[in-house]
Design a protein around this ligand. Structure first.
Ligand SMILES: [Fe+2]
Ligand SMILES: [Fe+2]
Length: 188
């Protein structure tokens, strides 16, 4: 078992203040959501603390990690470098911190989402989107929804993310479309 207090100290030491605050905010939010929706508090805290573990590495370092762990990036990841940290982060969590596959997937899909997400994956995705440091149009609606219905919060967060990417004329990962369609199909 990883000592959460030691991990927090490592994060405080090795990350910028802004990133560390985001990570700790995400941890708190994830613990709250776990209490509400029945997730294991240790597991959600661990995933939240590790979700951006490679976020401050530059592109060259990201590609070095991909080579080290035999990661083959898909087209969207090649064109959108911001997506790579979720993949490398999951591998670092697995190989360096020894997390299991459930935790691996929660970190792996925290940026794109995917169809048929587990409760843990949704909690990490939403915590990343609504932690207290986040401020963007619509964040309060997602925060409110997260306290009532996690799937509704996911629908709002995915819609907002897709609209943002369209406005910026950026590539949308097919996993994000898959996540959104899966959750909307559940409403039909
Ligand atoms: Fe991230
Ligand atoms: Fe994050």
């Amino acid at each position: 078992m990883i000592d959460i207090d030691i991990l927090r100290k490592q994060i405080r030491k090795s990350f910028s203040k802004k990133r560390a605050e985001h990570i700790f905010g995400c941890e708190k939010t994830a613990a709250l959501l776990a209490a509400k929706y029945g997730g294991d508090k240790y597991t959600v805290r661990l995933c939240a603390l590790l979700h951006d573990i490679t976020k401050e590495k530059n592109h060259e370092e990201q590609l070095k990690l991909c080579k080290e762990y035999g990661i083959i990036l898909d087209n969207a990841e090649l064109y959108v470098p911001e997506l790579i940290h979720a993949v490398t982060g999951a591998h670092v969590a697995l190989h360096i911190y020894g997390v299991g596959l459930r935790e691996f997937d929660a970190i792996r899909y925290h940026t794109t989402g995917r169809a048929n997400m587990t409760m843990l994956e949704k909690i990490i995705y939403i915590s990343d989107s609504i932690e207290p440091e986040r401020s963007y149009d619509g964040v309060d609606d997602i925060r409110k929804a997260a306290m009532k219905d996690l799937d509704e919060a996911m629908r709002l967060a995915l819609d907002r993310s897709i609209l943002f990417l369209i406005k910026k004329k950026k590539i949308i990962h097919t996993d994000t479309i898959g996540a959104r369609n899966y959750l909307y199909e559940k409403c039909l």
